[in-house]
Design a protein around this ligand. Structure first.
Ligand code: MRU
Length: 358
């Protein structure tokens, strides 16, 4: 089945598919400068929490690889600057910061063992590629755990795009749907278009269509109508950051779907890797919400659709844990009370088997 490849490390540089141009055109660019990777993350060439993490890790590796430093001290100073630049791109998805922390740990390990710059550079490239490989294995495991909760037949709703484009694996929410579909479940996906950026219409519809999974595209304001129909067996979305109590930030519009799900007795599930947990924050009140340009609300693909008035664009919202029936991760399924189950999963050993070659 078709799996999109949003990012790949190659001998020429980091190749990324420009998601801003989908579904009209499939255009990829090769990046050799970490600053360009930072710009690409900010400008949504690549988006989706785990995929942003992979891009940041590869950006950090690129920065070290192409650094002109001739001593470990100079390289360390430059690496700090590289990580700060990449960290300033998007604030909500914690995978970005998780990936940079991991690259920092690897840098510290490598420089404590060797002062050979070639060894350090290669070690950083290997670590970024390893993160990408692990994301692929993680998605497969999330898919296997979550598929059990999908109906054997009927409609499943999602929100935004939590597919291969968003994770650099098979997807989290769409990974669950994909595995369930491959198991023979007769699933039909309801895809809200996800205004204002249209990740549902442009990306999820594109991925599902290419993968041969049946779908119906709906506008965001149709979600309640369909949830009330009694035909939707489950909802599964991704996550950008999950607080210690289970409150979950995801694409704007997720919260209203979760509330409508409760009202209509439809289980609302979240699928996300453990790297999306942020146990340092008690609840969703502390999750930073990215405020994007209001032009993305007043304009559609560059065409003005509203008068020149004030518009708001919070890019994410927070779904309180009480609306979430379960959280699927690569280490198992978390249930309420999340304060205990998330902590237990975070502390448990990673059982994801990772391919050894990139
Ligand atoms: O602004 P985006 O497109 O980066 O937002 C993406 C989402 O909100 C996804 O649902 C989330 O990152 C989970 S992706 C597996």
């Amino acid at each position: 089945m078709y799996v999109a490849q949003p990012i790949k490390w190659t001998e020429h540089g980091v190749v990324m598919l420009d998601q801003r141009r989908l579904p009209a055109e499939e255009v990829s660019y090769t990046y050799t400068d970490y600053r360009e990777i930072a710009k690409a993350i900010r400008e949504m060439v690549i988006r989706g929490a785990p995929a942003i993490g992979v891009a940041a890790a590869m950006g950090a590796a690129l920065g070290v690889l192409h650094s002109q430093a001739i001593s470990v001290e100079a390289l360390r100073a430059e690496f700090t600057e590289i990580c700060e630049t990449l960290a300033k791109t998007r604030p909500t998805a914690v995978d970005l910061f998780w990936a940079l922390e991991r690259m920092k740990r690897r840098f510290a390990e490598l420089t404590s063992k060797s002062s050979d710059l070639g060894t350090i550079r290669q070690g950083m490239v290997d670590e970024a590629k390893q993160i990408h490989l692990e994301k692929k294995a993680t998605d497969q495991a999330i898919g296997s755990f979550g598929a059990e909760f999908m109906p054997s037949e009927g409609q499943v709703m999602t929100q935004c795009n939590a597919g291969a484009l968003a994770t650099a694996g098979i997807g989290t929410a769409l990974g669950v749907i994909r595995v369930a579909f491959e198991q023979g479940r007769k699933i039909h996906v309801l895809v809200p278009e996800t205004r204002p950026y249209l990740q549902g219409a442009r990306l999820t519809a594109w991925e599902l269509h290419k993968g041969g999974i049946p779908l119906t595209l709906i506008t965001d304001n149709m979600a309640g109508h369909f949830l009330k129909s009694g035909k939707v067996g489950a909802i599964v979305t991704g996550a950008d950051r999950i607080a210690a109590n289970g409150d979950t930030a995801n694409k704007i519009g997720t919260y209203q779907i979760a509330v409508l799900a409760k009202e209509n007795n439809v289980p609302f599930y979240v699928a996300a890797p453990v790297s999306t947990f942020d146990l340092s924050i008690a609840d969703g009140e502390h999750i930073p919400i990215e405020e994007r340009s209001a032009d993305e609300v007043t304009h559609l693909q560059g065409v003005r659709i509203a008068p020149d008035v004030h518009a708001a664009h919070p890019a994410f919202d927070v779904t309180p844990a009480r609306y979430i029936a379960a959280i699927f991760t690569e280490r198992g399924v978390a249930r309420a009370p999340y304060i205990d189950s998330l902590r237990a999963l975070a502390a448990s050993r990673d059982t994801v088997a990772t391919a050894r070659s990139y």
